[in-house]
Design a binder for this molecule. Structure first.
Ligand SMILES: [Zn+2]
Length: 93
């Protein structure tokens, strides 16, 4: 698996002289809350909010989850509320 990926990268560089890993094409992430109209954020729903925190319990940045600014604010608020009522942890280990 790893070998194949490395080969692809090498081939890519050979084919395209302007190849620069800094400007590699990344798939645009879409906001999970914008794409699903029926999804309502609930601070009591730990399983839903767990998608937006890492294993240490930190809130993931927008660049990692792809959420829009409006919904990131909602998520942050919901996670902080969930932590206050001990549904989510403030920290782990
Ligand atoms: Zn959104």
């Amino acid at each position: 698996m790893a070998d194949k990926r490395q080969n692809n990268r090498r081939n890519n560089r050979n084919n395209d002289e302007d190849y620069n890993p800094k400007f590699r094409k990344v798939r645009k992430k879409v906001c999970a809350l914008c794409s699903d109209e029926n999804l309502v954020l609930d601070y009591k729903n730990a399983d839903q909010l767990k998608k937006f925190i890492n294993d240490k319990g930190k809130i993931l940045p927008r660049r990692a989850t792809g959420t829009c600014a409006k919904h990131q604010r909602d998520i942050t608020l919901a996670i902080k509320r969930a932590r206050h009522i001990a549904v989510l942890p403030y920290t782990q280990n």
